[in-house]
Design a protein around this ligand. Structure first.
Ligand SMILES: Cc1cc2nc3c(=O)[nH]c(=O)nc-3n(C[C@H](O)[C@H](O)[C@H](O)COP(=O)(O)OP(=O)(O)OC[C@H]3O[C@@H](n4cnc5c(N)ncnc54)[C@H](O)[C@@H]3O)c2cc1C
Length: 356
């Protein structure tokens, strides 16, 4: 266990904002967990869990507490047959290294999520996804430290209440309760099957790629992303700053009257009930509110992928708040829809108690 003091959040997060955190505790093996939590408890410190900070934004005042970071490494192959691979991965592994490892072995299920920045442990938290794949589709379970009961637990994926950018780890009474240590995935030895996302299919056609191996899809996705998404090593951002919007049936008509395209899809919920999903692409809203490429308080609405806010010159999170308000107001004025922020602020994680 490594404990460091006074570490700038701007150095720990890809948006490159935020003052100092009092303590940063890096955990290199699950056994170190109880000591790390005891350390914070004895000093009465609030806790924030951090990976590579690609979906976390530091506040100007920093964090008067302890940041616990998963630095547990390693791949443990639990089962490998000609059909599938079951693999347990240390939560501190870089997500894209894991995707590369399994894609190269010919196993499918995560290749479309190539190049998503961050750790393996953070992947289930907001159920990361890209080009039609989501973590929920291949995750079997996680090992975690339950900070409420001070014990190790294994949580099966069926109990994680996954949906778009949502899980038990980032919502409700269980928000911030479990520190994820390792993640186990089940991947198939097969080629990914079309239909692929339009931009991915266009890339494959253009490059005359018809052999849809996991590795070829990974290379295609990596190249598409390199063209339009900022490299967090060089250009500060937290990826998509706003979430896509899911409408209720009642909200569909007013949105359509304002010209908003809505993608309708028939879905089945976890209880087997059929429903229609109404999805609005927030990138479209930003583009059609004429915000693409515009700069607000040092933050640019990316001209290549409008959902992304690039930190061009800002040093204060207050400027981000101002930029967010101006952008959201413009979208609401034009389309009557409210935008919701995707990345989270580094502050004490509070469980959300249902008031009903
Ligand atoms: C350029 C760019 C592109 C991106 N593209 C995508 C994309 O295509 N799809 C997508 O879904 N996301 C995308 N993201 C968002 C980001 O990559 C993901 O959310 C990723 O999972 C963040 O990983 P991290 O380790 O950096 O998480 P962090 O930002 O460190 O943490 C994210 C959340 O997970 C929690 N957390 C971290 N570690 C643990 C742990 N061990 N146990 C419990 N909770 C924990 C944190 O408290 C926080 O709530 C992008 C971001 C960037 C900068």
């Amino acid at each position: 266990m490594i404990i460091r003091e006074n570490i700038n959040l701007s150095d720990l997060t890809t948006m490159r904002l935020g003052g100092p955190a009092d303590f940063l505790i890096e955990i290199e093996s699950p056994e170190e967990c109880p000591d790390a939590f005891d350390f914070a408890q004895e000093k009465n410190l609030p806790i924030y869990f951090l990976g590579l900070g690609a979906n976390s934004i530091g506040l100007d005042e920093g964090f008067r507490g302890a940041i616990i970071k998963n630095a547990i490494k390693g791949y443990n192959i639990l089962e490998e047959t000609k059909d599938e691979l079951i693999i347990k991965v240390g939560g501190g592994e870089v997500w894209d290294d894991f995707v590369e490892f399994v894609s190269k072995k010919g196993f499918s299920g995560v290749e479309a999520m190539s190049k998503i920045p961050g750790t393996v442990a953070a992947a289930p938290v907001q159920n990361i996804g890209a080009y039609g794949q989501e973590v929920k589709d291949t995750l079997v379970s996680v090992e975690a430290f339950d900070s409420l009961l001070n014990e190790f637990v294994e949580i099966p994926a069926e109990e994680m209440d996954f949906s778009y950018r949502h899980s038990i780890f980032n919502s409700g009474e269980t928000k911030g309760r479990y520190f994820i240590l390792t993640c186990t995935f089940r991947l198939k030895k097969e080629n990914p099957k079309p239909p692929f996302y339009n931009s991915l299919q266009s890339y494959l056609d253009e490059h005359k790629i018809t052999d849809y191996t996991p590795e070829n899809i990974r290379i295609a996705v990596s190249n598409i992303r390199a063209e339009k998404l900022p490299d967090p090593e060089k250009i500060p951002s937290a990826g998509s700053f706003f979430k896509n919007i899911y409408l209720t049936e009642k909200e569909v008509k007013p949105a359509e009257e304002k010209g908003v395209p809505i993608r309708k899809a028939e879905k089945t919920d976890k209880n087997g009930k059929k429903y229609t999903e109404y999805k609005v692409n927030t990138g479209w809203l930003l583009e059609n509110a004429d915000l693409k490429g515009k700069v607000f308080h040092g933050f640019k609405v990316s001209d290549k992928a409008a959902l992304i806010l690039i930190n061009e010159s800002a040093t204060s999170e207050k400027d981000l708040e101002l930029a967010k308000k101006e952008i959201s107001d413009k979208v609401e004025e034009k389309f009557g829809l409210k935008l919701e922020q995707e990345p989270v602020f580094v502050k004490e994680i509070k469980q959300e108690v249902d008031e009903e």
